[in-house]
Every structure is written in C-alpha cells, then in structure tokens.
Write a protein that binds this ligand. Structure first.
Ligand SMILES: C[S@@+](CC[C@H](N)C(=O)[O-])C[C@H]1O[C@@H](n2cnc3c(N)ncnc32)[C@H](O)[C@@H]1O
Length: 419
C-alpha cells in the first residue's frame, strides 16, 4: 500500500470518487469531484487519508456518524453526504441517463424528484449483542462491523426518537453473538418490527422479548424470523384511502412520499384504461389506488402480500374490484394472450428486472404501460425490449427514495401508438 496524491475527477456509480492513481482509475470512498486528496492506494482502491484541497462538489456532511472521521467510525448507511446538493441531484439523475444510454435510449429524463431527511419510514438496521446490551445501526462500509448510532438523518423522526427503545428490544433478541437484521416500519398505528436472525429464540428469550414489546406503547407488532410474537394492533399503511396491513418483513416502499409520487405518475398514465394489470404488485401500492376508478388484476409472487391486499379491499366501499393471483412471474410471466384483457399495465419488479415478462408485454396489445424500477440497468434493458416491440417511451422520471445512497428509482411511461 502506498500513499498517493490523487485528483478526483468524477463520482462513480456507488458514490466513490474516482481519480487517476498508479494503477489507473482509482476509487476512493468519501472523496468528491474536484478534491485533491492523499490516499493509501492498493490496486484500484484507495483509502482517504486527507483532503489536501476540497473540490467544488464537496460539502460538510450533516450527520455526525458519516465519513472516515464520523463518531463511532464511518456508518455505512449513507455513501454521499459529503456531496453538495446540486452535484448530488445531477449525479443521481445521471445514473438513470447513463443506464438508458448504454441501451441506446437517448430520451429526455425529467428532473430528479428529490428526497429529504427524515422521510425513510422503513429502515433495516443491523444489530448484535454487546457486553452491555445491544448494538444497533448500520454496517461500516465494506465490513461486518456494526456502527452503533445515536441518531440517523434519513429515518423518520419517530424512528430516531425510538432508537434507545429499538436498541433495548434488539438486546432482548440478541441471544447469540451472531449479527441479525431488524426491519423497522414506522406504520400509522405504530412500529412494525421484523427480526431476521440466523438463530432461534428459546422459550424464555421469546417471553422476555414479548414482555419488553408489550411495555412499549409505540410498538404495534413484532415478528421473529416470520413468526408474529406480539400484535397489539395491526400495523397500517394508507394506499390512497385503502388501509393495508403488510405481512411482517414484506416489501413496502421505503418512503411514503416517494411512493405517492410513483403512484400518482402511474395512475395518471393509466387513467383511461378500463382494466389494468398490476404485476409485481406487492401489497397493492398501485392496485389499491388504481381501484378507485379501474378494475385491477394484481399479480405477485409472495402470496401473503396479496392476502393483505384482499383483506384491505374487502373492508372498503366504493372501489372497483381487485382480483389477485399468486404467480412467479420470472418463471411464468403473464403471456401476451392473457394480457389481451387489459388496456393498461404497471410492472414493478425487484432489482433483477422483468426480462421475460417484458418480452410478453412487447408482444401484447396493452395500450399503456408504466414501468417502475429500483435498478436503472435492468429498467433500461426491459425498456429496450418494449421499444423494440413497438412501444413509444413517453417519459422517464427519476425518484430519490434512498437519500445519500447510490440507489435511485424511476418511473417510465410508454404507449403503443395506433397502427
Ligand atoms: C419492488 S417490489 C414492488 C412491490 C409493489 N409494487 C410496491 O410498490 O410495493 C417487487 C415485488 O415483486 C415481488 N416479486 C419478486 N420476485 C417475483 C417473481 N418472480 N414473481 C412475482 N413477484 C415477484 C416481490 O415479492 C415484491 O413484492
């Protein structure tokens, strides 16, 4: 390892600054474009030693846990708090533009819908036992070490003010030295906490955790490895007037505001369709809202999420029917012939995208399609398939749901021109 002076020229896709080092392009975490830095270099990776001259893109990170000098060492929850707002928003939007370009899609991309501190309602913490209780926080970047946090600027204020309680609950569950995950959803009726651990709870540990949860007024439900231990009241999320109780630990959009932006774009685009298919529907983020005006068929691989949607739709009045179908769309995509029944379609797959499903949509007669994605690379691949199948790309909107991370969502709207 050798100490090198490096001029940082750009910000990479994972949020590392990139500059020319002795072995070519060198990636240095916590460096910013325009910085001149001193870094300990090993191969193509550098560790920031000092910033000799700060670049224009650099700003003061607002969180005390961020960066190589952060309290309790560098928290890995955020990657780019040291990048100023203008540069940051341009970089995030550019992640989408570059992915589209790589597939030959030179389309106009809307300005980034920005995220704000305090918006993340679902946070997955890392936790483990410590000599005096529990440690709760995020992994230090690139390590298994968990940084114990006293605050968090991305989480909702309710989650932040409950950090001591959450740490105490984590300590009750930490019956093995092994690290585990604790997903916390700040639902409208209280915290929905799902432990995902590589160990089991003995009966006595379970009773202790249940007793601690019962005492905590802000806790709605606790589940351990999928088993519900306590449900004082059902956790609830509002999807456009439909109150849904998601299954423990299931997928929900991490920020309510980002979810509303995405759902509004989808609903406006599909509003003229009489029947809509919602593929990769989860608990019905889009389906429930669309059912205000349209007949919806929601298809999803995780059956408990669909059961949650079914239960929620049975409780409301004045909505159009929502049918549900549990189906593995990667193995058994909805075929073009099946899609004949629908004039509108939204698909929102996991990071791997929906290649086979996109091939079927490309052969279908569906008039309007909304593609929602958390991975610009697979979105671009799937859009290419749809465009080659005759669809016209009308707009792409990047949405920042994960502030200060390299993750970006996008909603692409397509139309099949009249032939
Ligand atoms: C990005 S989430 C979107 C969920 C929902 N649209 C929302 O906004 O909350 C992707 C969803 O796809 C589901 N999923 C993952 N793989 C699948 C597959 N092979 N077939 C069907 N659904 C799948 C997951 O369970 C998850 O609910």
């Amino acid at each position: 390892m050798s100490a090198q002076r490096i001029e940082i020229s750009e910000l990479g896709a994972q949020g590392d600054g990139i500059g020319a080092g002795p072995h070519g392009a060198t990636f240095v975490r916590f460096s910013a474009p325009g910085d001149v830095i001193q870094a300990a270099v090993e191969g193509t990776r550098g560790t920031l030693l000092s910033v000799l001259e700060p670049g224009d893109a650099r700003t003061l990170p607002p969180c005390p846990h961020f960066g190589p000098d952060g309290e309790n060492a560098a928290c890995g929850g955020c990657a780019v708090q040291h990048i100023g707002r203008d540069f940051y928003t341009a970089w995030k939007r550019d992640l989408v533009i570059s992915a589209l370009k790589a597939r030959g899609l030179e389309t106009e991309v809307a300005p980034l819908v920005e995220a704000h501190p305090g918006e993340r309602r679902r946070v997955v913490f890392a936790a483990r036992r410590s000599h005096n209780g529990g440690i709760l926080g995020f992994h230090r970047a690139g390590t298994h070490e968990i940084v114990d946090i006293a605050t968090c600027l991305i989480a909702t204020p309710r989650i932040v003010s409950a950090l001591a309680l959450l740490r105490a609950l984590a300590a009750q569950a930490a019956v093995s030295p092994k690290a585990f995950q604790m997903a916390v959803l700040d639902s409208q009726s209280g915290f929905d906490i799902a432990f995902d651990a590589p160990f089991k709870l003995a009966d006595t540990d379970r009773l202790r955790l249940v007793a601690a949860a019962r005492k905590a007024a802000s806790v709605a439900r606790i589940a351990f490895n999928g088993e519900v231990l306590v449900e004082k009241q059902p956790p609830q999320l509002d999807f456009g007037g439909v109150s849904v109780t998601p299954p423990p630990g299931s997928f929900v959009q991490a920020s309510a505001r980002a979810e509303t932006v995405m759902a509004d774009l989808v609903s406006a685009h599909l509003k003229k369709a009489k029947r809509v298919a919602d593929l990769y529907a989860g608990c019905g983020t889009f389906a429930a809202r669309l059912a205000c005006q349209q007949i919806v068929h929601a298809v999803e691989g995780f059956a408990p999420s669909l059961a949650a949607l079914d239960r929620a739709m049975r409780r409301v009045q004045g909505f159009k029917p929502v049918s549900t179908e549990a189906r593995d769309l990667a193995r058994r995509p909805m075929m073009a012939a099946e899609l004949k029944a629908y004039q509108g379609l939204v698909f929102d797959p996991p990071r791997a995208g929906a290649e086979r499903q996109a091939q079927e949509i490309a052969r279908s007669t569906v008039k309007r399609v909304a593609a929602v994605s958390c991975n610009p690379a697979t979105l671009a691949r799937d859009l290419r398939i749809l465009i080659d199948g005759g669809y016209r790309l009308m707009s792409v909107t990047p949405i920042d749901q994960f502030l200060w991370t390299p993750h970006v969502e996008a909603v692409a709207l397509l139309e099949r021109p009249k032939s």
